[in-house]
Write a protein that binds this ligand. Sequence first.
Ligand SMILES: O=C(CO)COP(=O)(O)O
Length: 132
Amino acid sequence: MKIALIAHDKKKPDMVQFAVAYESILRDHELYSTGTTGTRVMEATSLQIERFQSGPLGGDQQIGALVAKNEMDLVLFFRDPLAAQPHEPDITALIRLCDVYSIPLATNMATGEILVKGLARGDFEWRKIVNP
Ligand SMILES: O=C(CO)COP(=O)(O)O
């Protein structure tokens, strides 16, 4: 499965903790991230991640482009709901595209845990039928 890891600055500690906790599951998948999130996760784990631009510089849009091509199976996007982001339109666009293409999306760590456990259990096998 292709999985995107994205976290706003205040949520990066959550994402690092999450990636450490679920490294054994995540390592079996193709991982993508926005720039700084990917750097933080790679520093804390042995995961290999293809990093795109930082979010404010277009990283969310690059991940959105993969969603639009049906080349992303799961988006873990730990958002900061308490801070205005300069690239809010890009964030909204990515979330919208996940809904357009029915791509599972977690916007916080609690949902992320449920999805990643589902991933390990095989709940995402339908994606292989949709996108062989
Ligand atoms: O801003 C982001 C997502 O909207 C995240 O970008 P970084 O991972 O580069 O901090």
